[in-house]
Design a protein. Structure first.
Length: 350
């Protein structure tokens, strides 16, 4: 009977010995609005998005030159490429005008907007090229024009108070139109590409490819590639400018299979199997411009606009323009070329 009270005394003594549980230190609350999963996240991947927004605001320039004899569909092809009337026709070109006696340079600017991005496109046409009986040195005015644009950019660049954004009139891409003879390149073609490939990105194009059979087209493409190789003519994309293995693999495929692009241009639409398609009407049916079974126009468009447009600009700036700039500074004894303003100041000081 006495056991009960003894046990209760012991329990009371033990309870006195057990320390009270300590209170946990107060943890500062996480700032509101920060997702716990983002802690430690730097955000480097947003750089691309920042660049995209900036490009969308400023837009960019792209200058494309078309060279070839009259009647090869140069204007039509450029219109088809950009799905817009960007050729000389839209600037009141009269088809009844006589062929120019010398090569002329006609630059026409347009602003094309797609998906909120603005592109200032300039098409440089060269009427009169290759149309004369004597075409000796007819590439010279074209080379002169290309170098003049480099000179203009260089003079802007070396100004003390230079513009934040220098207007870029440099030729980023030259589409050279080859006649669909099915035989071989003319001496004029080789002469032009030999001289101009050193100063501009040349993309050879076989015009009006629908005038050849599939076998003739394949053979002609192989023959053109062989002739360019034998004559040491580098067309874009140049092997020496491939930056890595991925670039080399992709560009090798283009160089060995696609070049020169055999194309058909048309800005007219026709109804084919219930769809509106760009095409050329012939007695035996419609040649669909964007159908890869009919021609390589879609490959050319993807190449120039979707995959290599930025690279065309970079090669122009980092290779062709830099080569011109280095030569110009070297010829000038390492000094920048004198601008009109500095020439006037120099004269007034004398």
């Amino acid at each position: 009977p006495d056991a009960g009270p003894v046990e209760s005394k012991n329990e009371a003594a033990m309870s006195e010995l057990v320390p009270e549980p300590r209170q946990k230190p107060v943890v500062p609350m996480k700032p509101m609005g920060i997702n716990a999963s983002l802690l430690g996240y730097i955000g480097i991947d947003t750089i691309i998005e920042q660049m995209r927004k900036k490009t969308m605001k400023t837009g960019f320039d792209f200058n494309i030159m078309v060279v070839g004899q009259s009647g090869l569909g140069k204007s039509t092809l450029v219109n088809t490429l950009f799905k817009s009337q960007v050729s000389r026709k839209s600037s009141g070109w009269n088809r009844e005008e006589k062929i120019p006696k010398t090569v002329e340079i006609k630059a026409i600017g347009h602003v094309i907007e797609e998906g909120g991005v603005k592109m200032k496109l300039t098409v440089i046409d060269t009427p009169g090229f290759g149309d004369q009986i004597n075409n000796e040195n007819c590439w010279e005015p074209i080379e002169k024009y290309i170098n003049e644009q480099y000179e203009k950019f260089l003079k802007e660049e070396v100004n003390i108070a230079r513009k934040k954004r220098i207007p870029d009139t440099r030729v980023h891409c030259c589409l050279y139109f080859i006649s669909p003879t099915g035989h071989s390149l003319r001496p004029l073609d080789l002469e032009f590409m030999k001289h101009l490939s050193k100063v501009v990105n040349i993309i050879p194009v076989i015009a009006k490819a629908d005038t050849m059979t599939l076998e003739e087209k394949t053979e002609f493409k192989q023959r053109v590639r062989k002739e360019l190789e034998v004559n040491g003519i580098e067309f874009y994309p140049q092997k020496e400018f491939d930056e890595d293995l991925e670039d080399k693999t992709e560009n090798d495929k283009i160089r060995q299979e696609s070049m020169p692009f055999a194309v058909v241009g048309s800005d007219k639409e026709y109804q084919v199997n219930g769809k509106r398609v760009l095409g050329r009407k012939t007695p035996w049916g419609i040649i669909e411009v964007e159908n890869l079974n009919h021609c390589e126009f879609a490959l050319l468009r993807d190449f120039v606009i979707r995959t290599h447009l930025q690279d065309l600009k970079e090669v122009t700036h980092n290779i062709h323009y830099e080569t011109y700039r280095a030569k110009r500074l070297n010829d000038n004894g390492g000094l920048p070329p004198m601008t009109v303003e500095t020439e006037e100041n120099h004269e007034s000081n004398l």
